[in-house]
Design a protein around this ligand. Structure first.
Ligand code: NAP
Length: 549
């Protein structure tokens, strides 16, 4: 007897995308859904990333689900930006409120996914050897879910404690009295460094690339702002879809940075710096991400800020980013980051000039032979972004396609939603979509709504399977590239480009044409009977999707 468990739809991942997919597939289509989640709780990113200082850089009133007006009215965020424990609490609340846990199997890591063209079924195999089958497979596997530690020689020799920010121990870590190293100065490093500095006897930061870091200006929630926001929630959610980043409330810029006087520019940047937040700053002028000359004005402003905050001017110069236009790597929001370098026990090592050669039993050795001793090393070294999680699952079809092979030169997708050759496998915020360049919850909701409408259409039309054509996928992938090439984004060696993983193809992966354009394209395609996709008709009485209708 087969032990394979049968469902109408399988969802991999119980982060915000997976939870919303479960909710919609179950409540709107009446499907029998099974979510498979590697962790022992919901939350995805917010479940795994528990490092000190972990916080969302999108304001909490925006960074939340929009699908239930009562949910958004009843939840109250304590601060302007939600921290990790609060966001995880919120996601757990959503899981309980909508009774989602009964369809989630935790501690279940999917290793294999194979589509059979004869039966139109996906078979998912787990690490523990279980098998699940369904006509539909939704990969809600996240964009930043495969933590990466660089392949340093001697990695296993180090006798102290090691941590990765993306796999932080649930019980927390106390660095009191410890000599601590942090490697990496992206968002995770920048958020954790000020907190670790409060505990550690010494803190040494190894910085390879200096990033552009803006103040978050976090603080307790202003209850008047919250009340106003809540009163306007419906309009604000709709307005967010009409913006490039999926975040409402920022009037779009109207002027070039080069059309104003230096004094006007500085005044504008000062105002944005005081306000806090990255979108607000990028919205100073129309061309900050399009013209290097315009961008240089913002760069100079931030450099001067760093020089004014950090007392040791050698340290300040090392902290001044100089190898990429501002905003082309993810802008980082901080609370007290630059000030941390004014503390006597905090040291900065320029790992660009003098790279890390490897780990030793006692610490870290640089290429020039300098050795440092530590009790603990924190790897804030990022993720195999956007494609890593799908690569970890061996995705194949019985007619010989392999997703890893098809994506050898970079991801090929239609809208970041599907990949040709892999019918009925949907990605939530996959490469080629605005996902990581947008308010993620909004993009997850938009993707899930599109997928659910598509499945509903298929059921009505008696279709068993859908996949994009090679031609439409090629056109979309080229469009994603062309749009990025018209901006400054490809000038940075970022994880958007796969540049942080040795050997990964350098392809700019997110769609940066804006959420508003992207959503309109998705809707146009659906309105035209899923133009650019092909269907396989269901062989009656086998109907692709069961459920209550
Ligand atoms: P990241 O931005 O990829 O940063 C990794 C850091 O590790 C970089 O500074 C990188 O330097 C450094 N690094 C990697 N290999 C190294 C090596 N061999 N030697 C020295 N340094 C090395 O990763 P992250 O900080 O975890 O952030 C990833 C993304 O997650 C963010 O961009 C953001 O989208 C998201 N995130 C968001 C938040 C938030 O909402 N606030 C918080 C955390 C993360 P190079 O730059 O030179 O490669």
């Amino acid at each position: 007897m087969s032990n394979t468990k049968q469902f109408d739809a399988l969802v991999v991942g119980a982060g915000v995308g997976g939870l919303y997919a479960l909710f919609r597939l179950r409540e709107k289509l009446g499907l029998n859904v099974q979510v498979l989640e590697a962790g022992d709780g919901v939350g995805g990113t917010w479940y795994w990333n528990r490092y000190p200082g972990c916080r969302c850089d999108v304001e909490s009133l925006e960074y939340s689900f929009s699908f239930d007006p009562e949910l958004e009215q009843e939840w109250s965020w304590p601060e302007r930006y939600g921290n990790q424990p609060e966001i995880l609490q919120y996601v757990n609340h959503v899981a309980d409120r909508f009774d989602l846990r009964r369809n989630i199997q935790f501690e279940t890591r999917v290793n294999n996914a194979t589509f059979d063209r004869k039966t139109n079924l996906w078979t998912l195999k787990t690490e523990a050897g279980e098998t699940f089958q369904a006509p539909v497979c939704i990969m809600a596997t996240g964009n930043l879910s495969i933590p990466r530690v660089p392949d340093f020689p001697g990695l296993d020799d180090f006798q102290g404690d090691t941590y990765h920010t993306g796999l932080w121990p649930h019980e927390g870590v106390d660095f009191t009295g410890k000599r601590v190293a942090v490697i990496g100065t992206g968002s995770s490093g920048v958020q954790s460094i000020p907190i670790i500095a409060e505990q550690g006897e010494t803190l040494t930061v190894f910085q390879r690339t200096a990033n552009y870091i803006l103040p978050a200006a976090n603080g307790p929630m202003n209850r008047e702002i919250e009340a106003k926001h809540k009163a306007e929630y419906r309009e604000r959610r709709a307005a967010a879809y009409d913006t490039p980043f999926g975040i409402a409330g920022f009037p779009p810029p109207t002027q070039s940075a080069l059309d104003v006087t230096p004094e006007e520019r500085t005044a504008k940047y000062e105002q944005k710096w005081a306000e806090g937040g990255s979108i607000s700053f990028l919205y100073s002028y129309t061309d900050l991400l399009l013209s290097d000359e315009a961008n240089a004005t913002a760069r100079e402003f931030v450099h001067n800020k760093i020089r004014s905050i950090v007392k040791d001017q050698n340290v300040a110069e090392t902290l001044c980013p100089n190898d990429h236009p501002m905003g082309t790597k993810r802008l980082v929001l901080d609370t007290g980051y630059y000030e941390t370098y004014n503390k006597q026990h905090v040291h900065l090592v320029n790992a660009r000039k003098n790279p890390i050669a490897g780990l030793t039993q006692k610490g870290i050795r640089l290429e020039d032979g300098t050795e440092y001793e530590f009790d603990a090393i924190v790897f804030a070294t990022g993720f195999d972004a956007m494609t890593g999680a799908l690569k970890e699952i061996d995705v194949r079809t019985t007619d010989g396609r392999s997703l890893t092979k098809d994506w050898e030169a970079g991801p090929y997708t239609m809208l970041g939603l599907m990949s040709a050759g892999f019918p009925n496998m949907f990605m939530i915020t996959g490469p080629g979509s605005p996902g990581v360049k947008s308010q993620m919850i909004l993009s997850c909701e938009q993707h899930v709504d599109w997928i659910v409408d598509c499945l509903d259409y298929m059921r009505r039309e008696g279709q068993a399977a859908i996949e994009p054509t090679d031609e439409s996928q090629h056109d979309w992938t080229m469009h994603v590239k062309d749009v990025a090439d018209a901006t400054l984004y490809p000038k940075a060696a970022s994880w958007y480009m796969g540049a942080n993983i040795p050997g990964k193809p350098r392809v700019f992966m997110p769609y940066v044409g804006g959420v508003q354009r992207y959503k309109a394209k998705c809707e146009e395609i659906a309105a035209n009977g899923y133009e650019g996709f092909t269907f396989t008709a269901a062989k009656k009485p086998e109907l692709a999707l069961a459920g209550d209708d």
